[in-house]
Design a binder for this molecule. Structure first.
Ligand SMILES: NC(=O)c1ccc[n+]([C@@H]2O[C@H](COP(=O)([O-])OP(=O)(O)OC[C@H]3O[C@@H](n4cnc5c(N)ncnc54)[C@H](O)[C@@H]3O)[C@@H](O)[C@H]2O)c1
Length: 358
């Protein structure tokens, strides 16, 4: 087992993997720190009933590496980390999160964590009793509140940059955007598109209530059935519900010039990013365009400031333009261009840091 772990760490470039077991609560948590070139590692804590410890380890290694790229591209001074708790999220307890807090504290500021799938901001109130290294805190505890506002703002900026790259102008006036999912982020995106841009919106959701609520505010939007959204004749398809929506079954249905939305892991596999590129559909890499929430969480490490968060989030516009430029110059799909941008930043910062002792 340990040989396997080291092989994987070497292959994926991890710095540290910590196995934590608390004998009082039975907490089993793995913390992975991928890369701290840019600063302390940052990444949420996922709680899942993994089928095996190997599955949990594979997940934490994959997710922590992903955080290095997400932090790197967003311009924040943090590296990639992640925690997984092995267990049923219905069986959470104060003790478990206090124990997690104590383990995180032992890493002494090299890693900050917070909520992810299976955990909620309130769980970390217990962890905060034992550690200073918690982000995504409830507002009463110095947190920034819902990240949906920042995320939707960043997605809006990303849509504008994508239009600039594709059509030469960043105006969305008259552009048709097909939105999949009218949840916390999707409905705020509708607001930006209608009120700030004068765009046309076609939207769908599996929840009739969600559609009704958004329609009652913006009667001008069109709606369609959930499985019809891929085929809508539009300028931009904006996934804002689920992952893996760009896949073998949907890709030929797409009738858009741009794919740009908030959902995580939109490409089922990398090859689907290659296919979008070959079809001439501009893809805004998901971890870049949806980085607003991460930027907000990172800001909490110092002292949350809404204005600063929005300012940093607005840079998603320029970052995407840089990625599109690399993609065009090197003739590589945009998801690969984003990785090139991050790796260049890591090399530069590592170089600067080793030049002399500051
Ligand atoms: N909230 C954030 O700050 C944030 C940050 C980064 C990424 N994301 C990602 O953005 C996406 C949206 O986030 P959210 O916070 O709005 O989530 P949410 O749960 O509030 O909303 C998701 C919406 O999608 C709908 N939906 C589910 N399956 C659907 C389907 N098959 N077709 C159409 N609609 C469907 C749901 O009914 C719900 O209304 C998620 O993928 C999330 O992981 C969110």
């Amino acid at each position: 087992m340990s040989e396997q772990v080291f092989n994987e760490m070497e292959k994926q470039g991890h710095e540290q993997v910590i196995f934590n077991y608390d004998k009082t609560t039975g907490l089993k948590a793995i913390i992975a720190i991928h890369d701290t070139t840019l600063g302390p590692a940052l990444g949420g804590c996922r709680m899942m009933d993994y089928e095996s410890e190997d599955d949990a380890l594979a997940d934490v290694l994959r997710l922590s590496k992903g955080m290095t790229y997400k932090c790197g591209v967003s311009g924040v001074d943090y590296g990639g980390g992640k925690t997984v708790i092995i267990g049923d999220s219905k069986e959470k307890s104060e003790g478990m999160f206090r124990a997690l807090g104590r383990f995180v504290q032992t890493i002494r500021g090299r890693y900050y964590t917070g909520t992810d799938v299976g955990t909620a901001p309130d769980d970390f109130i217990d962890a905060m009793r034992e550690t200073d290294c918690i982000v995504g805190r409830p507002v009463e505890y110095g947190g920034g509140g819902s990240t949906a506002i920042t995320t939707a703002y960043g997605v809006w900026q990303g849509l504008k940059a994508s239009c600039k790259a594709k059509y030469g102008s960043d105006s969305l006036r008259g552009k048709k955007v097909a939105i999949q999912g009218l949840g916390k982020v999707g409905r705020l995106l509708v607001k930006h598109l209608i009120e700030d841009e004068g765009a046309k919106v076609v939207a769908t959701d599996i929840s009739k209530d969600a559609i009704h609520e958004v329609k009652s505010e913006y009667s001008q939007i069109e709606t369609c059935k959930p499985d019809e959204i891929y085929e809508v004749d539009c300028d931009i398809f904006s996934p804002s519900a689920l992952g893996a929506v760009i896949n073998d079954f949907t890709i030929d249905k797409l009738n858009c010039d741009i794919v740009a939305g908030s959902a995580n892991n939109q490409l089922q596999e990398d090859k689907h990013g290659d296919m979008l590129f070959e079809k001439g559909i501009l893809y805004a890499p998901d971890y870049v365009i949806n980085a607003g929430g991460l930027i907000q969480a990172a800001d909490e490490v110092k002292e949350f400031n809404h204005g600063r968060v929005m300012k940093t989030t607005s840079k998603i516009y320029d970052i995407l333009l840089d990625i599109y430029k690399i993609s065009k110059e090197k003739q590589v799909p945009t998801y690969k261009a984003a990785n090139i941008l991050v790796e260049d930043r890591l090399d530069t910062v590592a170089g600067v840091k080793k030049n002399f002792l500051a």
